[in-house]
Design a protein around this ligand. Sequence first.
Ligand SMILES: *[C@@H]1O[C@H](CO)[C@@H](O)[C@H](O)[C@H]1NC(C)=O
Ligand SMILES: *[C@@H]1O[C@H](CO)[C@@H](O)[C@H](O)[C@H]1NC(C)=O
Ligand SMILES: *[C@@H]1O[C@H](CO)[C@@H](O)[C@H](O)[C@H]1NC(C)=O
Length: 495
Amino acid sequence: MAVLLKKHCSKAVLTVVALIAITHAQQTNTRASAAKKEDVEFTCPTEVGNGNFADPATCKRFYQCVDGYPYMNRCPSGLYFDDISKYCTFKDEARCGPIASTPAPSTEPPVDLATKCNTAECELPYCFCSKDGTLIPGGLDPEDTPQMILLTFDGAVNLNNYDHYRKVFSKNRQNPNGCDIKGTFFISHEYSNYNMIQQLASDGHEIGTETISLQQGLQDKGYEEWVGEMIGMREILKHFSNISKSEVVGMRAPFLKPGRNTQYKVLEDFGYIYDSSIGAPPSPVPIWPYTLDYKIPHECKAGSCPTKTFPGVWEVPLNAHYVEDYEGGHCPYLDQCVLHNHDAQEVFEWLQEDFSRYYEQNKAPYMMPFHTNWFSIKELEQGLHKFLDWTSTLPDVWFVTMTQALTWMTDPKSLKQVNSIEAWNCVKKKENIPPPSCNNSNKCALSYKNPNMNFTDTRYLETCAECPNQYPWLGDAGGSGIPGKDNYVPDNVRK
Ligand SMILES: *[C@@H]1O[C@H](CO)[C@@H](O)[C@H](O)[C@H]1NC(C)=O
Ligand SMILES: *[C@@H]1O[C@H](CO)[C@@H](O)[C@H](O)[C@H]1NC(C)=O
Ligand SMILES: *[C@@H]1O[C@H](CO)[C@@H](O)[C@H](O)[C@H]1NC(C)=O
């Protein structure tokens, strides 16, 4: 039976998932945004030690002093720093500082670096870790563990790839319980067709967010940028594909460059359940997903992984794909391995060998991350279809969405009981998923001005909703034409 937990303070009840993401960090301190080291003139008061201090110049910022060094923080969009309670809040409640006599709050631990996995303290369903990241949850033996396969597709969905993606999920491919196989899409905005995305969501695939603009260098940007990109993307999906916000609970950072602690703070603040942006180097035994209560149990390939703990937030890492002699190299996204000189049979065998490292060892979920590129090469696409047909014959292989996989992990069931997992069932129509895309969608030609260029261009957007005034973009997810209109308030400060 699925446990249904609310994220505290959050109105969003996760009706789909029996997934638990209690984030203790939210209850305490910093509603503060990401701390960013900058050259600032602010001097931390020496007599009071660590703490948060109002920025004399603006109420939208404050400084977090850590061992005498001032880190400049911005309040989340729309909020202001209250110098009495020392956190960001609504404008009419914020008492702007600096207020002379306010004592600094008693100090927070200065650098909250995550420690190594402590299995004695880390218990399901809230927490999961293992020393080297390879252990099966629930102490199951590999032969009792279902082999999950996670098909993920990143970027825009449009005419270039839609039919190819649909073919992957053709009706004759089913899980052992007779339900159609499912996958997960991490959507980026530009060139996306929201009518098609609505259909994918309506078919029961999971929709997560990448970002609106796929800008480079986002990993070094601040809280507001991440909110604009990621929460803005979620708003666009709501607006133009009628996908409920409570269904969008997963995130993938563009180019697999996680945004250090900042991205995870946004994730936590806005009620996401998991991230899937962290690449793991090739390892003989693949890594299972884990919560960010403890240090990441593998090398961080991107170099911009979170260093703090984010209790209860799941990371579904991207294990490197490779075969023993490294023919084709190794890659997080399958289309980044060099297989284009192979024929379909060779591609199939390559995938089979890569997969066997999971299937014959610890049955960690086999993630198959794709960009549209994979499907532009016939041999790769055919090789994938051979692979999918072959795995469909294995009795213990399940193609599930990310949240379905995490639901299993929070309450691991042995293979014999897997048929009873509600979240893996398809008999009851899921609530909260949008209706099928409409037959008379609007094909909107919209003016679009890239902020970095001073000419106006046209972008097309297809949707069952009404055409907006302008191409939706950062700060204007609804396409109202009013720049900087949007104002996203984290769940944990919403009253
Ligand atoms: C949006 O989806 C909901 C179900 O989640 C449905 O009741 C509603 O009619 C849909 N709205 C439109 C405009 O299609
Ligand atoms: C859309 O078209 C299909 C097939 O042409 C039809 O079966 C369906 O009823 C139509 N849906 C709506 C909402 O008009
Ligand atoms: C773009 O703007 C710059 C300065 O604002 C101007 O010098 C330049 O001519 C403009 N370019 C175009 C193509 O309009």
